[in-house]
Every structure is written in C-alpha cells, then in structure tokens.
Design a protein around this ligand. Structure first.
Ligand SMILES: [Zn+2]
Length: 627
C-alpha cells in the first residue's frame, strides 16, 4: 500500500525544494546554472492517445526540445514510488520510432532492454511508442474501453539528464464523458496538465474515465484545502454519497491526530478510486493523491473500501512528508530500500483502523477482533526469529509485489505492515502507561513538526530522538528502540491492554494445531504445501513442502475433508501415525499436535468481568466514544 512516492518535486517545484531554498538563502546570485536552466528549459511534452483502448494499447508521443547535439538517451523506469521491488516497465513498450524537429526519421540505437539511444537529431527529438497495459492497480497501467488508468512510471518514458525539466501532459479521451483525475497541476484545458519536474510527474498517477466526483474542504488554520474523491465504479450515487460521508469523518480524525493539514500542492488532495471487477485490489500513496482499487462494488464489500482509503490518507503525512531519507530522491532505475518501513507502513497500518474507530465507522468490538487477530499473528510469527522490524523493512524489494520463479522460505519473513502496527500498539500503550498525558499521537505530531512541515527526511536515529523529546526520557527511548525496533522483542501485552479494560486470552485453547503450513488436497493427493516453521509439529514430524500424506492412523487421506476430520477429532498433546511419500520414498512418522496459540482481545465485560471507571476513561481516550 504502498507507498510512495515521492514525489515531490524534489528537484524543483512543488515540494519545498530544499536545495533551491538553501541556495537562494545563501545568495540569489548563487543560483546554480543547472537550476536556472531547469527553470527556463522547454518543457517535455507528452501526448497520449487511446484509439486502440479495446486492445489495451495507448499510443504516446514525447517531445524534447533544445536538448543540444549529443545523442538523447530515453528510457522506462524500473521502479515506482511506493513500490519497493524492481518492476521492468520497459517490457510493455514497443513500436518505438523517433523524428527530429523537421520531421525527419531518426535512427534508434538499442544496447540494453531499458532504453533507446537517439543520435543525429537537430536538438528536438519526438519519440512515439505503443504502451500495452491491462492491470489497474497502484503499480501498472490498464487501458480499455472504460478507462485509461495510468501509473506514470509504468506509462511514460523519460530522458536521462533532462529530469529537472517541467512537463506538459495532454490526454486525448476516447469518449466526451471521460475526464481526468490526477494530482498534476491543472491548466485551462481540462485535458492538459503540467508537472514541475520528473520526480513530480512520476508520482502523479492519472485516471481518465467517466468517473464520479465528490469533494469538500477542510480547514487548515484558516486556509481551505480541497479533498476530492474521484470514483470510477458501477454503483449508485447514493452509495458514493454514503462512502464520501464516511471518508470525510475519517479524514477529520486523521487531521486531529497530526493537528495540521498538509499543504497540498495546488491546494487539492485527490483519492483516485476504481471499484470494478476487472481491476486488481491495491492502494498506493502519492504526495497529493492515492490510487485505491478494489474488485468489489460498495455493495459487495459493504463499504469495506474505507480501510484502504484510511491507510492511504495517513500517508499524506507519514511517508509523503514525514519521509525516510533513503527514499529521497526516488531512484527510478533501481529498488529503493529503507530500514524504516516498520514505521512508514506499520505505524500507518496502526492509525488506519484506529481513526476509522475514532470516527465511529467501526464498533469497538469489531476493532478489537481485528486488532487481536493482528496481535496473534505477530506474537506467534516464526519470522521474528530471523530479524528485527528494521531487517524486515530491508527485505521489501524481495516481497513487495516482487515475483520470482524459485520458492523462498516463507517462515523467515514477518511483514513490516502488521509487525510495525503491533510495535505502534506497544508504544502507544506504553506511553499512556508510563508518561501521563503522552500518547503516540504526540510522537506523530513531533515527527510532523520536525520532519513533515519542514520536509526534512528522517533517519532511523531521528525516530529515536523524537521519542526522547516526546517523553523527556532518552533512556526509555533508546531502550525501546534497542529491544523492539533493532531487535525482535515484544512487550507483555496483557498488562498494557488491561489498562483499557481489555483481556488478552487464548482464542481456541482446546483446538489441536500443527503449526502450519496448510495440508491441502491438490488433485487426488493431500500435500504439505509449504515449508513448516522450525519447531512446529509439522517440522518436528519431518514433513515438508512437496510431501504427500497417504494415511493417518491407517485411514486413507485424499481430500481436505479427510484431514479436517483428523484435526477435529484430536486434542493438543495427541499423537498420530502418518504414512507419507517424500521425493518418491514411502515413509512413516509420528506427529504430536500442539495447542492452537491463536489469541483474541475482548472487553473485560465480554469476558464476564466489569470495567473500572479508570479503564473506561482510558479506553475512550484511546479508541474514541463507544458510539
Ligand atoms: Zn501503505
């Protein structure tokens, strides 16, 4: 859910340009020749046609002017803001041709798969290519009879050495009711937009379609900021009105957390949503917008799309402006790793559902059911034995929608989304316990003031520093990070949750448990489908990925129901004899079931106890009124 981007105009423009600001402060005369040139250079002109939309093709022309006499090297990106793995976007580009300023055909050199080298031009180069795209999500492009859904790194070429130039982008809609949803700067022509430089252009996904729009303003200390919701869907206006009302309440709760509204570039933040059966579910944050995709309609999902919307809008503060230094500026030619995704994504994952709860859009019990599930997933997660939240963050290029054909060991990775979410929970409840009047909201506000408003990217050490200042207790801050961020320790959540009158308890203590991975029917055989976690009952029995279960205690195993019956009839501590086939050899083993370690979090009232006044006040201050 990625994250993102970056946007900004690092490089010149909308994002408060740190280097430019400093240069100007030092001396107006010190303006570098490069910067001056960037500000006066002819914009790169993009022209997008969708005449072959039914065949998922766009025809795109890009023109660079005043580029001198050297060969121009144009290319596609290999990564995208908010995605941390490599994605080879050049694979969907073909039928490439080029002409110079006089319309003379130019020869194109190819020496690698990512780009095209064009010598012999007259200072103007106009490249035309076909883009194929049929995946609508936060990373790729989908062009069809209903829309052009364009993630820009997946769609637009750029030229090396010309990154500081502004861009103009013209979209040529295939139907008169198609309009444009984007964070690009609007012009008087509703189909023409501009970007101050390549970093901002790449960060500005665009949806061209017959979508519906709802918008409202929020108050930023006297300045109105526009929040726009552009939704391409097949539902009703009434459903969209209801969703917009919910979104508005959640946005208000998030503004309350940070105590400020980001100064959105050009005054507007845009949710760009596609809720259609032929898209792929995703969420991807950008500087002044986000992509939200879901295959379900509002009715099918019961408005569950609010969860992703909430997560992505938190990113307007946390990631887009409170930004890891390693992502600044974004490198479109390589993966962009940072050790701080546990904070960037994990703390965002904590506030997404929490602000929905505070907005009254989810019940306390519903919130606790989800929280307990996530907590149990992390407490029992075998991956934590292999690395801290920082280490897991650095593995993002291997897991963030990254595909490879050789299998990996799934038990050594713990996603930084739920892992960071649980670290946020631990920190919030610990702050409330040890520092009266201090909450995680105060920590986020500190990060916002020091690194967000100023757009000074943060390092891992800055996160410790902000906690030391927020608590006035440096030793606590350093100890918390040493245990829970740089190492894999978790606090005892029972007493922490007890402050809110919540009970942490086993969810299914009587259930027999094998410790995963799933044993599942594939064809006519019952297979162990993946590598088991070290120390789990399946692991100790010597079973692993690819083994075929033949029988259990003499009963033949063929279907999922056969295995389910075995487990249902056993208790923790029971042992069964398993006949199995491993790499062609017939073997037997004994498997001893463990107790299911799943946990749940419930209100003490639900567990038959009573809540004290202090617990009740703590709960409301944390989760909002029960409503
Ligand atoms: Zn995210």
């Amino acid at each position: 859910m990625d994250r993102g981007a970056g946007g900004g105009v690092r490089g010149g423009g909308v994002r408060r340009n740190r280097s430019a600001t400093l240069a100007l402060a030092a001396s107006v005369l010190a303006l570098s020749a490069g910067l001056a040139q960037a500000q006066t250079a002819a914009p790169v002109e993009y022209d997008l046609r969708f005449d072959d939309a039914v065949h998922h093709e766009a025809r795109i022309t890009v023109t660079w002017r005043d580029v001198g006499t050297e060969p121009l090297r144009v290319r596609m990106s290999r990564s995208s803001p908010g995605r941390y793995a490599i994605h080879e976007f050049a694979k969907n580009v073909y039928s490439v041709s080029a002409v110079d300023g006089a319309g003379r055909a130019l020869t194109i050199g190819r020496t690698d798969p990512y780009g095209w080298t064009i010598p012999g031009h007259d200072g103007t180069v106009s490249v035309t290519y076909t883009l194929f795209g049929d995946r609508a999500d936060g990373t790729y492009a989908q062009i069809d009879a209903t829309h052009a859904h364009l993630n820009i790194p997946a769609s637009l070429m750029w030229a090396e050495g010309q990154e500081a130039r502004p861009a103009t982008v013209r979209f040529r809609p295939v139907a008169p009711d198609w309009r444009v949803a984007t964070q690009l700067r609007p012009t008087e022509d509703p189909y023409v937009f501009t970007a101050p430089n390549l970093q901002y252009l790449m960060d500005s996904p665009t949806e061209v379609s017959a979508h519906a729009v709802r918008e409202w303003t929020v108050d930023d200390a006297g300045t109105p900021r526009t929040i726009r919701l552009a939704v391409h869907h097949a539902g009703t206006d009434a459903e969209l009105d209801r969703f917009a009302a919910s979104a508005r309440k959640v946005v208000d709760q998030q503004i309350a957390v940070f105590g400020d509204v980001p100064d959105f570039d050009f005054g507007t933040y845009t949710f760009i949503a596609d809720y259609l059966p032929y898209v792929s579910g995703d969420g991807m944050e950008h500087r002044n917008s986000t992509i939200l995709t879901d295959t379900r309609s509002f009715a099918q999902a019961d408005f569950d799309q609010l969860g992703t919307l909430s997560h992505e809008f938190i990113h307007a503060w946390n990631v887009e402006r409170i930004r890891p230094a390693e992502l600044e500026p974004f490198d479109f030619t390589d993966a962009n790793p940072t050790p701080s995704l546990w904070f960037a994504e994990g703390f965002t994952s904590y506030y997404g559902p929490l602000t929905i709860r505070r907005a009254g859009e989810q019940s306390v019990d519903g919130f606790l059911a989800d929280l307990g599930g996530t907590l149990g997933f992390i407490v029992n997660n075998p991956g934590r034995a292999y690395g801290s939240p920082q280490e897991m963050s650095l593995r993002a290029p291997f897991v963030d929608a990254a595909t490879a054909i050789d299998p990996t060991n799934p038990t050594i990775f713990t996603s930084y989304y739920p892992y960071g979410q649980i670290i946020a929970l631990a920190l919030d409840l610990t702050l409330r316990q040890r520092f009266p009047g201090v909450t995680l909201d105060d920590y986020m506000r500190r990060m916002w003031r020091v690194h967000g408003v100023t757009e000074q990217p943060f390092t891992p050490d800055d996160l410790v520093e902000a906690l030391a200042v927020t608590t006035g207790d440096r030793a606590f801050a350093e100890d918390f990070f040493a245990r829970h961020v740089e190492a894999s320790e978790l606090p005892d959540f029972g007493p922490l949750l007890g402050q809110a009158g919540l009970v942490l308890r086993p969810a299914r203590p009587e259930a027999a448990w094998i410790g995963g991975p799933p044993i599942r029917a594939t064809g006519t055989a019952l297979m162990v489908t993946n590598v088991p976690a070290r120390g789990s009952p399946v692991f100790e029995a010597g079973l692993s990925r690819g083994d075929e279960i033949v029988s259990v205690d003499g009963v033949e195993m063929n279907a999922d129901a056969d295995w389910a019956a075995v487990v249902a009839a056993r208790k923790p501590g029971d042992t069964v004899e398993i006949a199995y086939r491993q790499r062609g050899a017939d073997k037997t083993t004994r498997l001893t079931f463990a107790a299911d370690p799943a946990i749940e979090v419930v209100r003490v009232e639900t567990a038959g106890g009573s809540v004290t006044e202090a617990q009740s006040a703590f709960r409301e201050a944390w989760l909002g009124p029960a409503s």
